[in-house]
Design a protein around this ligand. Structure first.
Ligand SMILES: *Cc1c(COP(=O)(O)O)cnc(C)c1O
Length: 392
């Protein structure tokens, strides 16, 4: 963009590529997950990673409209931005903050997650200076082997919090590694450990307990405790992917993001013509190829080379050759009369045919989460409110 005003570019010509976010789908998904968790159990909407590629502020605003008052982000800077943009309610900083940034937690009325005593001490110093008390949520590792203190350290750590003026234990949280799989035993093991901790702590404090992500809300109702933290489900995807989605009653989740482009040029090739870098595809017969102005720069993975499909006139057509930085070729031989300028759907629905993030993820050895982040965060986004929530 180098010094060129974004607005000026918009006036000249918008990108050929459009990421469209259906905000009513975000609202509906929130209501659906709230209903799953139960009316008495608050749902924290995870809006980290720029709202899983959907735009952090717009996603948070949509969840707010659906009744959400708890938001989760990874880092402090994200929490500050949510506040600056006027998001109300509780904002949790789930991967922590450096002790030197403790003042910002108070300045912006954010809820800190802690796992190191230096964080507690820094918060306490700032809180005492200001004559206030800060509630902290303690992160415990119940089997993920990621962030958090071990189960064995919990009660000592809590004693240190209790002994520190200016801070108090407001919550205990953990995270589970396999809640998308109902057969895995690790979730029940984590629930057992977490239940033990929560029972003990609730005797002496008003701390709330939360461990469930989307998979746990859907598959392990016992894991809901006092609050759940949902991410991917709010954006319309089942954590275990598409196959799971189709056999689940939770098919009610509505993917909120679609990705559209248009045909740039149509060309007629004779048989045995190589296409794109490396000539990894050669036409088998006379073929009609549409050139699309989308590539890996736009989050359209190079892994889709010779594997992916896109929708033209409601039909799936194959990608031929390598996906380039800004362009991709698809085979439209079987479709009558395709012309430059017509719509192509890369992810989303066209007529009644659909490609979703799970389809793409399956082809590039990834998960819907990463596909949404790659596409959403690489393109300008448009927000719509679908008239019929069943379509995008
Ligand atoms: C991202 C995240 C979640 C949400 O996980 P999903 O699988 O997207 O529902 C929950 N808790 C924490 C701490 C997270 O970082």
């Amino acid at each position: 963009m180098c010094g060129v005003d974004q607005f000026e570019i918009k006036m000249i010509e918008r990108s050929f590529n459009r990421v469209v976010i259906d905000t009513s789908a975000l609202e509906d998904n929130f209501r659906f997950i709230q209903q799953k968790a139960g009316a008495a159990t608050p749902v924290m909407a995870m809006v980290k990673a720029d709202g899983y590629g959907h735009g952090m502020i717009q996603a948070a605003a949509a969840f707010s409209r659906a009744g959400c008052v708890n938001f989760g982000v990874a880092e402090l800077a994200e929490g500050v931005l949510l506040r600056q943009k006027g998001i109300k309610g509780q904002i949790y900083i789930t991967i922590g903050f450096s002790p030197s940034a403790a003042a910002a937690i108070l300045d912006y009325d954010l809820i800190p997650v802690v796992y190191d005593i230096s964080q507690v001490e820094a918060l306490a110093t700032t809180a005492l200076d200001r004559g206030v008390e800060v509630g902290v949520h303690l992160k415990v590792d119940t089997g993920m082997s990621r962030l958090g203190i071990s189960v064995a350290e919990v009660f000592d750590f809590v004693n240190r919090i209790d002994a520190t003026k200016g801070v108090f234990l407001a919550g205990v949280m953990s995270h589970v590694p396999e809640s998308d799989d109902t057969r895995a035993s690790s979730t029940n093991e984590a629930i057992a450990k977490f239940t033990f901790i929560c029972k003990e702590l609730k005797r002496s404090s008003g701390a709330i307990c939360h461990i469930a992500n989307s998979g746990a809300v859907i598959n392990f109702p016992d894991a809901c405790y006092d609050m759940v933290r949902a991410g991917i489900a709010l954006y319309g995807y089942h954590p275990a992917g598409q196959d799971e989605l189709s056999k689940h009653p939770d098919g009610a989740l509505i993917p909120a993001m679609s990705f559209r482009t248009q045909v740039l040029q149509v060309k007629h090739l004779s048989a045995n013509q190589g296409i794109s870098y490396g000539h990894t595809y050669k036409t088998e017969k006379e073929s009609i190829i549409a050139v699309l102005p989308v590539g890996y720069e736009d989050g359209f993975s190079r892994g889709l080379s010779n594997r992916g499909v896109v929708l033209v006139r409601g039909q799936k057509v194959p990608i031929r050759g390598r996906v380039c930085m800004n362009m991709t070729m698809v085979d439209v031989t079987e479709i009558e009369g395709v012309t430059a300028g017509e719509e192509v759907v890369l992810m989303g629905t066209q007529n009644s045919c659909r490609i979703d993030a799970d389809t793409i993820a399956g082809l590039v050895n990834s998960i819907s989460y990463e596909i949404l982040c790659m596409i959403g965060n690489n393109n300008s986004r448009e927000y719509i409110k679908a008239v019929d929530p069943g379509t995008d």
